[in-house]
Design a protein around this ligand. Structure first.
Ligand code: ADP
Ligand code: GLC
Length: 473
């Protein structure tokens, strides 16, 4: 049995803002059959504390970046959690990352430095007699664990950092060096210094024994200036230690045959009821073209401004759009305006149940991202026979097989891809989608291929386990 501590800032089903939480929530279960015991160190936000009420304290810390803290052990939703109960850092209402005015909480550097510091302490001293052999950190929020581990002089404990999104660096001003308990001697370009600031992500990328990211294509892209977001040089230097391991989805949570949000179905034909119910819920009329959905954060990354431009191509062909999302005010407003068309329906907000009904009841799911480390919604689409139309980038490139004439003839096509990532190319892709939909046999074949594609954790969990074994060998 290999003991691994996963260090992460969100974890489904307890607290989620995006795909990171899905991955953190599903990976431990998938690793069990691979001989890995993964425990998860998670901040004690109000929702987490409520779910783990009465959990015993297994570690006490007098002063954790400005207040006392405890680490509580609890099993919630099958997850073996170590909850960092530090009210001065995490007991606040609203978003886990953003203050009420919309910007980051001003003490985010301390909040996640604390998480990383406690991870290193658990590595150094164990907790309740348990000693992890590996710390596996996710994104910038866990990056500083490598620094603290170094300072603790912990020998033998190995580290893995997974990049879910390199756009977020976890920057703090150099003035916070002492406050964040960082060694000034390591504040150099070879350490965690980044253009005069502290970068928590860079600390992790420089310090971890191994780096992974969530798809093979994104692993390659990260080494280019276009996608590396200023850290492409670091990624190139660490090429030998970098691997791309595709995310899976939780096949129990996302299962069209048992999903209690919909009339469950096992074949593409069975979708009809889910589609009718969705049209009713969204007040959409019957239509000739495909019913397309979007479930997404509304940000620059997701390329949904391109969809606003390309939308007429779908509507002209009698297609429809149903969107669920929230984020940038300008994009929210643009989609509200678009919903004036009778074939466009928009819900601004976050709604887990509705996301299932949308993906189940639609013919296609649109993911026109400018970059996408992996992406999960196209995988949900595949599982539900909801044909993905995606930009050719990152994990979207790795998980969808474009319906070219050759791929159709071979019986392997699962969706539509477009490139370059422009409104023009998306317009053409929407037209292609409508053409495919207009031929029932072609569409049926696409849906069947999509539903037959493996999207679970099996292969990827085995790859993580192999990486851990290799690291300890
Ligand atoms: P990212 O992590 O970049 O947001 P992913 O595709 O990896 O992208 O994961 C997004 C996750 O968040 C998916 O599980 C998706 O269903 C969910 N999601 C995004 N927006 C919403 C929303 N408005 N309501 C419900 N779920 C959402
Ligand atoms: C990030 C990425 C997304 C990925 C998710 C989980 O949020 O934007 O592409 O699927 O992390 O790894």
């Amino acid at each position: 049995m290999i003991d691994v501590l996963s260090v992460v800032s969100e974890c489904a089903p307890l607290v989620k803002t995006g795909g990171l939480a899905d991955v953190a929530g599903a990976l431990p279960g998938a690793l069990t059959s691979e001989g890995v015991r993964m425990r998860t160190l998670l901040p004690g936000y109000p929702a987490v504390m409520a779910a783990a009420a009465g959990a015993e304290a297994a570690m006490e810390i007098d002063d954790l970046f400005g207040g006392p803290a405890k680490v509580r052990a609890a099993t919630v939703a099958g997850l073996d959690l170590l909850i960092l109960d530090a009210p001065h850092l995490y007991d606040r209402p609203g978003s886990i990352y953003l203050a009420p005015h919309g910007g980051d909480w001003s003490d985010n550097p301390e909040r996640f430095a604390a998480l990383s510091w406690v991870a290193a302490r658990i590595a150094a001293h164990g907790i309740g007699g348990w000693h992890p052999a590996i710390l596996h950190g996710h994104d910038w929020q866990a990056g500083l664990m490598c620094e603290y581990l170094h300072d603790a002089g912990t020998k033998g404990v190995r580290t893995v950092m997974t990049i879910h999104n390199i756009a977020f660096h976890g920057i703090a001003p150099a003035a916070k060096l002492r406050q964040l308990r960082l060694d000034p001697a390591r504040f150099t370009p070879e350490g965690f210094e980044y253009w005069g600031n502290i970068s928590a992500l860079k600390a992790g990328l420089m310090g971890a024994d191994r780096l992974t990211t969530v798809s093979p294509t994104y692993a390659e892209e990260l080494m280019t200036p276009e996608f590396g977001m200023g850290l492409d040089g670091v990624m190139r230097d660490r090429r030998a230690d970098l691997s791309g391991i595709l995310n899976g989805i939780d096949e129990d949570v996302w299962n069209p045959a048992t999903d209690d949000q919909i009339a469950p179905y096992k074949t593409p034909k069975g979708k009809a009821k889910a589609k009718a119910a969705l049209r009713e819920e969204f007040c959409l009329p019957d239509a000739e073209g495909p019913l397309c959905c979007v479930v997404s954060r509304l940000t620059e990354q997701k390329g949904l401004d391109l969809l606003i431009e390309a939308l007429p191509a779908l509507l002209e062909r009698g297609g429809q759009l149903a969107l669920l999302g929230s984020g940038d005010a300008a994009l929210e407003e643009a989609f509200r305006q678009a919903a004036n068309h009778e074939n466009v329906a928009v819900r601004i907000g976050y709604d887990e149940g509705l996301s299932h009904r949308l993906i189940a009841g639609s013919d296609a799911i649109l993911v026109p991202s400018r970059f996408e480390p992996c992406g999960l919604t196209q995988l949900y689409g595949l599982r539900y026979g909801t044909v993905p139309l995606v930009a050719l980038t990152g994990g979207l490139a790795d998980t969808v097989i474009n319906a070219s004439p050759a791929a159709m003839a071979m019986g392997v096509a699962t969706g539509v891809q477009f490139h370059p990532i422009t409104a023009g190319a998306l317009t053409n892709a929407l037209t292609r989608l409508c053409d495919l939909y207009a031929d029932p046999d072609t569409w049926d074949a696409l849906q069947k291929n999509a539903m037959a594609q493996p999207v679970g954790w099996g292969t990827s969990a085995a790859r993580y386990a192999a990486l851990y074994k290799d690291l300890l060998a």
